[in-house]
Design a protein around this ligand. Sequence first.
Ligand SMILES: O=C(O)CCC(=O)C(=O)O
Ligand SMILES: [Fe+2]
Length: 321
Amino acid sequence: MLSKDQVDTWKSEGAFLMQLPCEVVNPSLDWLNKNLTLDQVDPDHLDFGSPGRDFEFPTSVDPLDDLVLNEHLIVAVQQLLETTDIRLLQADLWPKIGIKSNNYEAQANTDQRMHMDYGNNTVLHPDWQSPEAVAAIIYYDDSEKTAGGTAFVPRQGDTDPVYQAPFIHMPGQAGKPFFNDRRTVEDWFNTNDPGAYKLRNTLYEREQRVNFKPGTILFYRHDLWHRGTPVMPGKLRRVHNLAWRRADARGWSNWNEGWARQSYYGHVESIIGRSTPLQRSLLDFPLPGDRYWTPRRIDQVDARFSFYGFDSTPYRQALQY
Ligand SMILES: O=C(O)CCC(=O)C(=O)O
Ligand SMILES: [Fe+2]
């Protein structure tokens, strides 16, 4: 459960940080400390996202998949979005390795440009007053050892000059070319859009860095100004990027491939089997009591998943006729 203060901060400032309970993160952390360490990561993988998309949900690594569907996270998102009916949009775990020389290539991910995330997650424009989606980053390392804390700019009320919509003062929006690297982007704005250059300078002046320990989570909004910062050379920062939306929200795209797509090998089926009805609902599996369910539909789904531990009882008990 989040406190009222945490929910209010997310709504007004656009982000808040908290520590997840050990029982939520430790299974993933233990797995990562054995299986995703510096010597196991491809040093040439410098972009966002897991190499080969291996750690996009569903990963077939049970502790990672179970964390993504953890009810502690679900309840927090339900509170932020003021609805019990939410869907998973994104879950990707990825390593960021610190490199020795600064990499200022236009698309380098090392020292990111200030941006909001909505641009490649929805075909619409977010409305600050009615947030429909939540983003989060879970950190698995210690920023005192790795650096690389996400930088973000809390919104200061309705009149904050850097938070006046439409939010188009960033690469890739409204005809501006897309680059990832901070220096490349700000050189471009300096030459081509001095007004936006000035606004963006204010963002860098106001940015705050996340300090993290293993299990810290940053809950933020897709209309929060933020960016990734360099990790110390030779160090590894592992994070999980997550996102959810209200079931009734319009315009949002799933970041990951469809959940069903990796079926047939038992991993996806086992996730359905071992999850609770609430956890399944994140994957658009209707809750008990949903008008989708009829005795016939329950029988059919039961036939498909009972092998994997699926228990149809709650769905049968909640049948409305
Ligand atoms: O790496 C980070 O801390 C943030 C990354 C980010 O904001 C992004 O890739 O959109
Ligand atoms: Fe981002």
